[in-house]
Design a protein around this ligand. Sequence first.
Ligand code: SF4
Length: 401
Amino acid sequence: MVKKEELQMSRSPTIHSRKYSPSKSSTWLNCPLSTLLNDGSNQETNPQAEFGTQCHELGAALISQSLNLIDYDSEVKPIEEVIKDLDMYSEEMQEIADGYADFVIQTIEFEKKRTDTEPLIVIEQHLDMDFDDDAGGTLDCGIISSLDGGTLTVIDLKTGRTPVYAFDNESGLFNSQLGIYALYFYKAYKDLYPIKKVRLVIYQPVINNTNNYEMPIEELLQFESNVLIPAVKRTKVENPEAHPGKYCRYCAGKAICAKRAEANKLVMQALKKPVTTMTDADIEALLPHLDEVFQYAKDVMEFAIKKALNGHKWSKYKLVHNKGSRKITDEEGVIKACEQVGIDPYGPKKVAGITELTKRIGKSKVDGLIGAYINMQLGSLVLVPKSDPREEANIIEEGDK
Ligand code: SF4
């Protein structure tokens, strides 16, 4: 049993820095100008982000209840009360939060068994960061145990479907968001607990993606002195430079940044070479840039449409309605009219999808009841860089067909 007095919990409301948000660190560590554009004036919330925030709230409440954690900032509410305040609450949210809470509790139990001592645990802890007054963020879960002479673990719950990795094979760097949380969690407790090893853990249940990266504490401190502090300094000069990259899509200036426009124009200019057909080498040189070109086009188009919807007149473009479609406005009237002349007004009955059936049957009973009638279909093929961790698909070679 975990001793109550040795555990800590902070449930301060989730406050993120505007310019130096750890979740946007891949942008501002690489592009100094982005900190001027990400000043918070353009922050938008979307339903997915709100769903994620509420999953975190429920997960944190489940963990604190299960471990009997102390909340120094506010009264701990019963789970039913927490759920009442979640306007996006659903069975899916409950599943994600339950899975996350189980994962955190199992991790703690594992560390306790291997050390025989009580770990320090923090959940939803706000961390101030000393490199700027605006810098700070909320750590999902942090654990410090005496494992291997002192192990600091940060666990980050991801609720989106884009895979997130604790270590990026392409860049050869660990996830900077988790690295920054680990660094400031370390700084907050280093005088109280010896720490030799750091573990960054991504828990992403919606796509079964749990992965981690381990490093000695020295590697994290080198990140601070060689990457973090120099990057912050570059943002504080009079005219910060712009360095476009694949992170531009997360920047508030994504649609209006001249440097990003220039970088994408350069890629497209490569297509204007006076050749009739492109070689495999030409195409391979272009492939790594196409994601960003598509994303850039999408960002600019969304920006232009949003402005037009707000009343702005573009000099050479206008808003029009797409082709409309007919819609039944009174179903009862249609049913009555058809039945009066002996016509069946109903469409074909269809079996519900697997997600809906899982909701109706219950996750634990689905396999037993209908598992024999379900198989796994391979997803559509996508072309990704060789560094992608997924296994290569088996395709008939050109010439063997
Ligand atoms: S759009 Fe890209 S290049 Fe421009 S400021 Fe943002 S991150 Fe930097």
